[in-house]
Design a protein around this ligand. Sequence first.
Ligand SMILES: Cc1cc2nc3c(=O)[nH]c(=O)nc-3n(C[C@H](O)[C@H](O)[C@H](O)COP(=O)(O)OP(=O)(O)OC[C@H]3O[C@@H](n4cnc5c(N)ncnc54)[C@H](O)[C@@H]3O)c2cc1C
Length: 463
Amino acid sequence: MKTERCDLLVVGGGPGGYTAAMRAAAKGLRVTLVEKGPMGGTCLNRGCLPTKALLEDTLTIERVRRARFLKGDLKINRERILERKAALVAESVAGVTQTALEKGVTLLQGKASFTGPDRMALERPGDEPLEVQARHILLATGSRPEYGPGFAIDGERVLDTDAALALASIPRSVAVVGTGNRGVEFAAIYANLGVRVTLIERAKRILPREHRWVSGRYRQVLGQRRMQVLTRTEAVAAEPTQGGGVRLTLESPKHEQDRLEVDQVLLTGSRRPSFAGLNLEAAGLVLQDGLLEHGPALETGQKGIYVAGDAAGAPYLAHKAIGQAMAAVDGILGKEASAEALVVPNCIYGDPEVGSVGLKDYEAKKAGYNVRLGEFHLVRNGRAGTMGKDEGVVLTVSDADTGRVLGMHILGPSATELISLGALAVRNGLTVGDLKQTVLPHMTLSEAVFESAAATDGEAVHQ
Ligand SMILES: Cc1cc2nc3c(=O)[nH]c(=O)nc-3n(C[C@H](O)[C@H](O)[C@H](O)COP(=O)(O)OP(=O)(O)OC[C@H]3O[C@@H](n4cnc5c(N)ncnc54)[C@H](O)[C@@H]3O)c2cc1C
């Protein structure tokens, strides 16, 4: 087998892998990136990007439907929606491929598996196998979904997110199992298309990782949008019905067992790091509970082998993958690096949106802080009113002793954009006073961040 050499071999062409490869190449390292599928990984091909394309188009539908000054019937052209999504994906994949090449990254198509701690064999479609020997190896191999044993995904009635993105048909009714980021986003897409949506959550509240107040309010809003929400309910099995739909078996402490019939069920699953086919043993790597243990600079127990992104474990988010990739390359370059200091916001795309970062007030109290909470409701924000979407809130959590912002939790339109202000504040140790002294443009949603900080001292202008 032919052997090639490089400074850094990156396995995986998703946001974790391509960020690391480009950054290392820009810093002068000889970098090879191997990807077994299309460049861009889950994010560009099956995740962040195609979901947002669908969401944006269906939000347009919802907005037009809501506009009382428009008359007449609305016809949805499903093919056009799918065409736009496909074109966006193709453009982005081509863009990231081109940029990587321009930065000097050698891109190889193939499936990598370890043959030793510093080398991997690449199985290449229609080409001779190749061995790559590298001073450093970064595993950015992503994650895989896990579903309960009672489900067989057929892509027609029982769907995973890949099948849902194909939008082969618009069902009359759908049950979305799981109310994390992906569940809520798909629920919005379906509801905007006029589909009757039931959300099923095994925890006692939806969006279980978000602030209690935010998840409670979110549930009310979903109710107003005529979605049914079942909490403390576990979907344990799905079977096809003769009528062409699917029957879900549900278990809950209240009803023990129940049935729900819908046209389609979407399983959002939970995610686990993916190392399939990597032959980790050949590199002396051992998984602990499905995870590859690593230090703060993402180096594994085997010197020179790093892990980043979804492969490094939760949270399974593209921006976390990018942050970790940067830290790993810093470590490889011998700089002081730590991914532990990363401040990673969480974003729920849908309708409404949620953005959150840092501690919740009750978590901060538990951690021993003397906590203050600034609360500003969007019903007092003019821009939210003009959008007809004023059901949200901005919560600012701070330390009463130092004024430092410890967390921010936003529900409302563009919360996924607004939370960047919170991330900036939390990451840089800004205080409530700093936020209060920053003049934010009128009339924007961002004023609500200023108002929420001011509300900490009872000084919100419009509340
Ligand atoms: C439906 C959906 C929507 C999402 N929306 C968002 C969002 O809006 N915002 C957000 O932040 N995150 C979102 N995510 C999560 C996001 O996609 C992931 O967190 C992100 O893609 C992780 O990047 P990564 O580089 O670690 O892994 P991935 O993007 O999964 O890339 C891993 C790559 O490694 C390749 N690979 C694996 N093994 C090998 C091997 N042996 N040899 C060669 N190649 C290999 C795979 O083919 C894959 O392309 C979403 C996920 C899904 C499923």
